[in-house]
Ligand binder design. Structure first.
Ligand code: SF4
Length: 522
């Protein structure tokens, strides 16, 4: 019937060409028949090509020991209940999904219904998104072991040398909107209100039970969960307030509140711009030989320098040896790192930011003029004192010892400075209780040698290499795997997702360097 109508509507007198040639026959089109049922033959094995990455992932995961993932399974032979999904399948699904830039359990579940690679992996079975979602976040320890196993396989295949490892950090946005960031008093207010609401709901239920008990329970549960989140946010905020950064006497004043959707995320500067946002600091160590990630960690603190020594330790634990050379950027070049890595016989290559310019700026900010900068003070070796431009003596005070340096302190008498006409230009920023102070830093010889080494052309060449290796890994994770923002909330879950991402990245490197050449040669 449809076909007849269609033929009639474009018949000789309706067709544009018909007006010119009325004798031309009507065109004939293939009918579309939808009112039918049919069976299709489907060879599941041939759903994807022989060299498809899904096959490579399945093969690689099949070579690993997945016993740790079996411990949580509660389905047993000869017992009632449905069999559980094979961990090899769930791991392969997640790795393949991340490699396609898919980080949503619902999206994977949907794709299992129609996308050939997912259908091939599942054998046309469907996988519930709850199963996928739970599997991603509940196996942190097993996942960590799996990452070590993967590194073992890649090492055996000659893809890891540990001759040269780059280390870098990248800030990845937390799964929390900026509007979820509450200041302390706002969290306390919201918590008080949420507790009152929970109590009111309970009292209401006792007095007048509703006919729709299910929806009442759902509302109660939602309120209780909100109270739990607010309590966690308050606990995290107390931790932030009490936290001290190494070498600082006071807690950081930067963060004045926390997110109520992901209280463990922290405000960090993202990228080179001035944009601040709720984030986690992801630290990655990449072997330069074949760009394999050999270490991964997630931190709640923004500064990078405190993560270098633990990162080298992590590589040693996973691969049984420390890298011979570690290349980092200026964010890791602290004296403590230089000393500690030197003690571990690890050659550290990094940037050294000369602090002279910053010292001058700091003096200028407090009003100290050029004739009264530290270089204008004269040292007297016999008495171990300094003379200021006005000829007054600065006596030595007890030294301050810091890793990689000793700070010798000298100070003028307060009585001399009080009467001095140059006081406004010399010690404008200090109170009238103290005389002018001078701090002379004596570097550890290891630090001095490091600073000299960093000015050589070879060090410059290696720093350029760092950019190619480390920045490439960061960019791949964000652009190809879609990890610009975490899909999960909370530190433990974020750690799990980071491990999924680096596992995927490493398997993609293996496919590129070992799996694909097999098919090109055959
Ligand atoms: S303020 Fe004190 S240290 Fe500075 S020039 Fe005067 S006497 Fe010397």
């Amino acid at each position: 019937m449809d076909n007849e109508l269609k033929q009639a509507s474009i018949g000789p007198d309706k067709h544009p060409a018909a007006s010119a040639q009325t004798t031309a026959p009507a065109v004939r089109l293939r009918p579309i028949q939808r009112d039918q049922l049919c069976w299709h033959m489907l060879d599941v094995e041939r759903l994807i090509d022989e060299d498809h990455p899904a096959r490579a992932i399945w093969e690689f995961v099949g070579r690993l020991d997945l016993t740790s993932f079996l411990e949580a399974i509660e389905s047993f032979e000869s017992c009632a209940g449905r069999p559980a999904f094979d961990p090899q399948l769930l791991i392969s699904l997640w790795v393949y999904a991340y490699s396609r830039g898919v980080g949503s359990a619902r999206e994977i579940s949907r794709r299992c219904e129609y996308e050939p690679a997912f259908q091939w992996l599942t054998g046309l079975d469907s996988v519930n998104y709850h199963t996928l979602s739970d599997f991603r976040i509940t196996h942190l320890r097993a996942l960590d072991e799996l990452f070590t196993q993967v590194l073992g396989v890649l090492d055996a295949e000659g893809l890891i040398s540990l001759e040269r490892v780059t280390h870098d950090g990248t800030k990845i946005a937390a799964n929390a909107a900026q509007r979820s960031f509450y200041a302390e008093d706002r969290i306390r207010d919201a918590l008080g209100r949420a507790r009152e609401q929970v109590e009111a709901l309970r009292a209401e239920a006792l007095v007048e039970p509703t006919p729709n008990l299910r929806s009442q329970k759902a509302v109660e549960r939602a309120r209780r969960e909100r109270v739990g989140r607010l309590e966690l946010a308050l606990t995290e905020f107390e931790r932030i307030k009490g936290a001290k950064r190494p070498g600082y006497k006071k807690a950081s004043k930067q963060q004045t509140g926390t997110s109520i959707t992901d209280p463990q995320a922290r405000i960090m500067k993202q990228g080179a711009g001035q944009h601040y946002g709720l984030s986690y600091n992801v630290q990655l160590s990449t072997d330069a030989h074949a760009s394999i990630v050999v270490g991964a960690a997630v931190s709640q603190t923004a500064p990078d320098y405190e993560h270098l020594v633990p990162a080298v330790e992590q590589v040693a634990q996973r691969l049984g040896a420390r890298p011979k050379q570690v290349i980092v950027d200026a964010g890791y070049s602290s004296r403590q790192n230089i000393i500690e890595l030197h003690a571990q016989s690890v050659d550290m290559i990094g940037n050294w930011v000369e602090s002279d310019g910053r010292v001058k700026q700091r003096f200028a900010r407090v009003g100290v003029t050029a004739p009264f900068l530290p270089a204008m003070f004269e040292y007297h070796g016999a008495s171990d004192t300094y003379r200021c431009p006005e000829g007054k003596q600065l006596r030595r005070y007890p030294d301050v010892h810091r890793p990689g340096r000793v700070m010798r302190r000298y100070r003028a008498r307060v009585s001399d400075c009080r009467q001095c006409p140059c006081r406004p230009q010399c010690c404008a920023g200090s109170t009238r209780r103290y005389g002018r102070a001078l701090v002379v830093t004596h570097e550890d010889p290891i630090v001095t040698a490091y600073r000299a080494q960093m000015t050589t052309p070879e060090a410059y060449r290696l720093r350029r290499l760092r950019g190619q290796v480390a920045e490439f890994t960061n960019a791949w994770l964000k652009e190809k795997l879609g990890l610009r923002r975490f899909h999960v909330r909370g530190l433990a879950k974020v750690r799990s997702e980071t491990l999924w991402a680096v596992l995927t990245y490493n398997l993609q490197q293996w496919i590129r360097l070992r799996w694909r050449p097999r098919w090109i040669c055959t």
